[in-house]
Design a binder for this molecule. Sequence first.
Ligand SMILES: Cc1ncc(COP(=O)(O)O)c(C=O)c1O
Length: 433
Amino acid sequence: MKKKYSCQAAVAPTDQPEHVSGFNRTRSKLSFDRLVEMGAKMGMINPLFACHERAAKATTQVNGQEYLNFSTYDYLDINAHPEITALVAETARLFGTSSGASRLVGGERPQHRALEEALADLYEVEDCIIYVSGHAANVSTLGFLFSARDAIFHDGLAHNSLIQGARLSGAARYSYAHNDCDALEGMLKARRAAHKRAAIVTEGLFSMDGNIPDLPRIIELKKKYDCMLMVDEAHSLGVLGKSGRGVREYYGFPSTDVDMWMSTLSKVLCGCGGFITGSRELVEFLKYGSPGFVFSVGMPPVIAAACRKALEIMLREPARVHRLQRITRFFLEYAKSKGLDTGAAQGYAIVPVLVGDSMVAGFLSTALFKRGTYVMPVTFPAVKEGTARLRFFLSAAHTEEHVRQALDAVVEELPKAHAIVEQYQRDHQNGQQ
Ligand SMILES: Cc1ncc(COP(=O)(O)O)c(C=O)c1O
């Protein structure tokens, strides 16, 4: 029989023989097993790894059923646009689906430079480098540019890829309290002088909380303390500003105030990969040295072509950006009017509904799925213990009716999810299984 959910992650732990060098007894594996076991005892279905049967847009299809979808990064509703699919088919006919080798040794295709030039133009900077993964772009760039004598100051909620990059570099890593520029300045004052070079790293729109950093102040600090500044626009490109040009347009400062603009190609640009834009020297240095570029295959030309076309559509049709901004504002206002906790969200594409306990978030997601809404929980360790949430990603194609339907269901299901988890905890404390 066909499975209702695909549940790769939720396999009950087996009694496998223990090997000293295996991972079965590591702390993270044990806590993962405990979570899976608890979920199974409480009758929770694993909401992860659902198989979608068509492009997941404002609505999606799973197991032949239609769902409202709040888990897509297709913020501007551009994925599967007919102009993109036609171009991809034509590009695949001419270039196939792979670059075959690293661009350094295997050479380039016209789509590579065309996309890089379009992105450099977008940011009004000299040049751009594209990587085959957004995560790899951050890891490889930070890991390559900085070393043990340097320091990286990053927001406490910086994306995993930024933290992994900072770790790989061997630089001293200073994590300042989320979105707290006074805390950042305190750290810079205390620690900057001890290091040769330094970078401040932030996101343009925070992917967990849906809030925006005080970039004008961060730019002031970077100048005062002689640091490079890297801004990850994974969630702000296409989302912030009148025409979707991101956090720079939102605040209105020159793009050269930031040394490295990074974003992914996997969100509004409907492809896969990431990029860094900045000075010609920086890009050249990365192209000849950054391991994730040098030792990794070039981006498939079909993807580069798709992303460039998506960018063209985004710039040609700013009404998509306005629709996204309007519907997210409505979402935020409606959620607040229903007494839901939306944390620090400012109403731009991402709105979390905080529920506290990780199991409550899991149950709530399952309950909503049963009622036709697909939205994923974010739980510890991705967020601090006690701040688990459902994270809603909005799309320009969502309607007010979609929002009401989803949030009314949250309001009804949230107390039930709390009750189930509280009951489980009481039973568990009493030793019942
Ligand atoms: C802020 C941020 N940076 C980088 C990435 C990695 O991008 P990708 O998923 O395209 O590899 C993500 C992914 O969600 C992200 O949210």
